[in-house]
Design a protein around this ligand. Structure first.
Ligand code: GAP
Length: 447
């Protein structure tokens, strides 16, 4: 049976320990905007780094880029966003489904029959003005997805990298949507971060690559510790397919509020390159050297959210264990994602111990994010680190002064080993770089 943690516990932990705060909190907050605190920013960086490593660093057929958030307004005409995001919308007051007003036959919600709000033109894109004059001619938009930056740079990347099909471009960056329905903590924000891949393929190979990316992306989550039973693939019905998509699957995660989209993987066909070629007047073709034909590649797009990934990783890692009279709260975060990799804990504040502990701390932090904690009992300090998912604690005790050894204590098992200080760094490096301790079988779409 899939397990689920209550959202309140995650929100409370995030706030208490400095992962995530409500945005602009001292002014009463700003709806659906969140601020990542000292631990949250580390978690987010680690997620992005793990993604970049898997999809760019370790691959021959991918390159990265970082496009501007503000793009030429024609981008959004070509992409269909300007038209598609400017419908008269009504919202059901009971089930909160949103409907295009001009598609409705009656006055009530077609799904549950509930009362509807007054219609209003609702554009999901945030508008702003470029330059000192606020007039229609100067309107630009905050991008609602990072994808378009990669489509409009297709030729630039092709020309400068000499990549041949199939190849992809990856990008991580902020996106903005003036969402009508928000909520569920960082699940749906108005400002969020995406990690997107646009993978360009020969049209006749689209199915093969689509399946490849489904499997590849599912396994990325599994390798980073998400339990397989909390993930599923859901195919989009014809009615819900986006205007650009030929086929789309969501990777759903069993969030506290139920199954919901973690990542979308779409076959966008040639829609984007054709549209941008049409609206820009520039060729976005590819010369197939075998057939000497100019073709428009198809695009397979795995599109993930950093914030939703952070939420999924936190929910999946959250655990409570009975511990004498108390409860041990811990995050089983994969070492690659843990905000703090090691905590150095001197058993007491005696000068001799502190000197050794501070030396170890200074040495380890050259390589990793490390905490130094000498406040309260050792038991309490272990609990504090467990709660933020620190994989290893290094304890310096009086024995260390004599035998030059320290204790490494592992978060999940609470097992302890004693190692010479001279071997501490290599021992920790080996333990931190390992796969998840309880490696689970990977996902396969075949059978
Ligand atoms: N380029 C395709 C695209 O943007 P999408 O399904 O609209 O597709 C992709 O978004 C991913 O971005 C989602 O799976 C989700 O992880 C994230 N995302 C989308 N809207 C979001 C929001 N309002 N808040 C947080 N994450 C969001």
């Amino acid at each position: 049976m899939p397990t689920r943690v209550e959202m309140e516990k995650i929100v409370s932990l995030c706030r208490r320990r400095g992962f995530i705060f409500p945005g602009s909190e001292i002014y009463g907050g700003l709806s659906s905007c969140w601020d990542y605190g000292p631990l949250g920013v580390e978690l987010k960086q680690n997620i992005k780094q793990a993604w970049w490593r898997a999809v760019v660093q370790e691959r021959d057929d991918m390159v990265g880029m970082d496009a501007s958030i503000l793009m030429h307004p024609q981008t959004w005409v070509a992409s269909g966003h300007l038209e598609g995001f400017s419908d008269p919308l009504v919202e059901c007051k009971s089930c909160h489904l949103r409907w295009r007003n001009d598609d409705l036959e009656g006055n009530n919600c077609p799904s549950c029959g509930g009362e509807l709000t007054e219609p209003h033109l609702f554009n999901l894109m945030f508008k702003t003005f470029m330059g000192p004059i606020e007039e229609e001619a100067n309107v630009v938009y905050l991008r609602p997805e990072t994808a378009q930056g990669m489509f409009v740079n297709f030729q630039n990347v092709l020309n400068t990298t000499r990549k041949r099909l199939p190849f992809g471009i990856a990008q991580i960056g902020k996106a903005f949507r003036n969402e009508i329905t928000t909520g569920n903590f960082i699940f749906r924000c108005r400002e969020f971060e995406q990690m997107e891949i646009e993978f360009f393929v020969k049209p006749e190979t689209d199915k093969e690559w689509f399946n490849y990316w489904l499997e590849e992306r599912l396994n990325w989550y599994v390798k980073l510790g998400i339990k397989k039973e909390n993930l599923r693939l859901r195919q989009h019905t014809k009615e819900e397919l986006a205007h650009y998509a030929r086929e789309c699957y969501d990777i759903d995660y069993l969030f506290p509020m139920g199954w919901a989209e973690l990542e979308g993987i779409a076959n966008r066909g040639d829609f984007d390159l054709v549209q941008h070629a049409k609206y820009s007047g520039k060729s976005l073709n590819y010369l197939d050297e075998e057939t000497k034909e100019h073709i428009t590649p198809y695009i397979i797009e795995p599109s993930a959210g950093v914030d939703r990934s952070a939420l999924a990783f936190l929910c999946d890692a959250y655990d409570e264990e009975p511990d004498q009279e108390e409860i041990r709260v811990l995050l089983h975060l994969h070492p690659a994602l843990a905000p703090i990799k090691v905590a150095v804990l001197p058993l007491s504040r005696r000068e001799k111990l502190v000197t050794v502990a501070k030396q170890i701390y200074a040495d380890l932090r050259q390589q990793w994010m490390v905490n130094y904690d000498d406040a309260q009992s050792i038991g309490r300090r272990y609990r504090r680190q467990d709660e933020i998912g620190t994989p290893f604690c290094v304890t310096v005790d009086f024995q260390s002064l004599e035998d030059e050894q320290v204790t490494i204590r592992e978060r999940d098992t609470m097992n302890q080993i004693r190692v010479p200080i001279g071997e501490l760094k290599t021992t920790l490096a080996a333990k931190l770089s390992g796969e998840r301790f309880d490696t689970q079988p990977l996902w396969t779409t075949k059978g």
